[in-house]
Design a protein around this ligand. Structure first.
Ligand SMILES: Cc1cc2nc3c(=O)[nH]c(=O)nc-3n(C[C@H](O)[C@H](O)[C@H](O)COP(=O)(O)OP(=O)(O)OC[C@H]3O[C@@H](n4cnc5c(N)ncnc54)[C@H](O)[C@@H]3O)c2cc1C
Length: 458
């Protein structure tokens, strides 16, 4: 990595994966970087002890490894993660038309239709990493080529449901793919068309580090520390004024540049303003439930139980009400069981004892044919929307506020630089939200910031 003409002092607000990933990149360029984290480093990814087992909370599926490879290449590090394919890929989707494993295996009756669906996304795999890691600039030929490929593949459809309708897939397959669009935190009607292509694109490329997701956090922390980044854990920022930070406890810190790795609504509040985030335009939050079972669950690694009715689900979530049936993502690994229940982003304290949580658990058990499984747990814990609201989007939206579909895809130029000396990165900024967007967003901000500093302005 080339050194900067002159090193700057950079303050990064938020020590989640985005803040840490960018901190390592900027420190590698010779900048003096400090990360301020109000709670624990890792943000949504943290280790949680439940009885005798440990969970890595937050991200469970590591997709688009090409983005991770691009990050490693920029940093000049070799891969410490030992990514292993997750058995069963995206999991078994329990549609009203019967269970559908994604990717569909060759032995399944839906295989020919799955092949037709995968074919529709065939021109994209080489371009998507470009879209996730390249500044969205029409002056960049690689970006323009990749955008054109995306436009051709989505055929001008704006939303996931619009694109899916046009494909005329069998109802079971269409339902499973549409359910997966919800992984972006949005109903298929609101998610950009690209999300209907994700199961085809990630296909068998669904991974997890051999030592769990926590290995990603360890790696980022290690690289940041090795490059001299000062990690101030338990140190919240209370006010942002220009390039000055007021920290909890009254300390004042000044930097040449600030990068917010916080949700944009949270940053706006620290700057004394606000950004609109009506409930109807938020991605979903979740109640993440974790249990230690007495013995391994008789379940595949990943099961997906969709809401009974997408329209009712969408109406409830957009109104901030608890839907009668929700999306559940179930992971079973040995004696570990985790269930993520999608919930509206209202910051609600949905504890294990909450009647809605209990009702959803019963519905999930019925759909999976494992009645009483949860009750058999030796120990259990829950991270409700209120937990995600404490350090992320104020309503706990997993991927922040949702942009309209025509602005939510990678084609839309994001405001990575908010003001002179103030940049932003992270899940609420880069469309799509998950690990590829977080890592890709760090690469984009590193590129843009480097170019600005070379040009003498940032
Ligand atoms: C249940 C769940 C499941 C998920 N599943 C997947 C998945 O399978 N695959 C995938 O790719 N992604 C998944 N994600 C998304 C992924 O976890 C996030 O995109 C990623 O962790 C976000 O990182 P971040 O750094 O942008 O934000 P965060 O992790 O929210 O980090 C923000 C940090 O800022 C800190 N902070 C807030 N306010 C202040 C302040 N005033 N001063 C200082 N610090 C502050 C917070 O404490 C926090 O540590 C999932 C997320 C959740 C919650």
């Amino acid at each position: 990595m080339k050194g900067e003409p002159s090193s700057r002092s950079v303050g990064i607000l938020g020590g989640g994966l985005a803040g840490l990933a960018l901190a390592a990149l900027l420190a590698g360029r010779g900048h003096r970087v400090t990360v301020y984290e109000r709670d624990r480093l890792g943000g949504k990814l943290r280790r949680l002890q439940v009885g005798a087992v440990t969970f890595d909370t937050g991200p469970s599926l590591f997709t688009f490894p090409a983005v991770w490879q691009a990050y490693l290449a920029r940093l000049g590090e070799s891969d410490p993660l030992d990514l292993r394919p997750l058995p069963g890929g995206l999991g078994v989707h329990h549609t009203p038309h019967g269970p559908v494993p994604l990717p569909v295996p060759p032995t399944h009756a839906l295989w020919p239709e799955w092949q037709r669906y995968v074919q529709a996304a065939a021109p994209l795999p080489t371009h998507l990493p470009t879209l996730l890691t390249t500044p969205p600039r029409l002056t960049d030929p690689a970006f323009v080529r990749a955008s054109a490929a995306l436009w051709r593949a989505t055929g001008g459809h704006l939303t996931a449901s619009g694109w899916l309708r046009a494909q005329r897939l069998p109802p079971a397959l269409a339902h499973a793919v549409a359910t997966h669009a919800l992984n972006a935190g949005l109903s298929p009607q609101d998610a950009p068309a690209l999300y209907a292509l994700i199961p085809a694109l990630v296909g068998r490329e669904v991974y997890r580090p051999a030592r769990g997701m926590g290995a990603l956090l360890d790696a980022l922390k290690g690289w940041a520390t090795a490059r001299g980044v000062v990690l101030r854990e338990g140190q919240g920022v209370e006010v942002v004024r220009g390039s000055t930070l007021q920290l909890a406890g009254g300390e004042v810190a000044c930097h040449d540049l600030l990068v917010s790795a916080l949700d944009p609504a949270r940053l706006a509040a620290l700057r004394g303003g606000s950004v609109p985030s009506p409930v109807a335009r938020r991605t979903v939050s979740g109640a993440a439930l974790y249990a230690e079972l007495p013995q391994p669950a008789p379940l595949p690694a990943t099961s997906v139980v969709p809401p009974h009715d997408f329209a009712v689900f969408r109406r409830c979530v957009r109104a901030g009400a608890l839907p009668p049936s929700t999306l559940a993502l179930v992971h079973a690994e040995g004696r570990r069981l985790s269930v993520l229940l999608a919930a509206p982003a209202t910051g609600a304290p949905l504890t294990l004892a909450h009647s809605w949580v209990q009702a959803q658990i019963r519905q999930v058990e019925a759909a999976l044919g494992v009645p009483g499984l949860w009750r058999s747990a030796r120990a259990a814990a829950a991270l409700p929307p209120a937990h995600y609201a404490a350090g992320g989007h104020p309503g706990g939206a997993l991927y922040g506020a949702a942009l309209p579909p025509w602005r939510g895809g990678p084609l839309h130029p994001q405001p990575y630089q908010l003001a002179p000396g103030l940049w932003q990165v992270g899940t609420g900024v880069h469309p799509g939200g998950g690990l590829p967007a977080v890592l890709g967003g760090a690469l984009i901000v590193d590129t843009l910031l480097h170019a600005k500093l070379q040009a003498g302005s940032a």
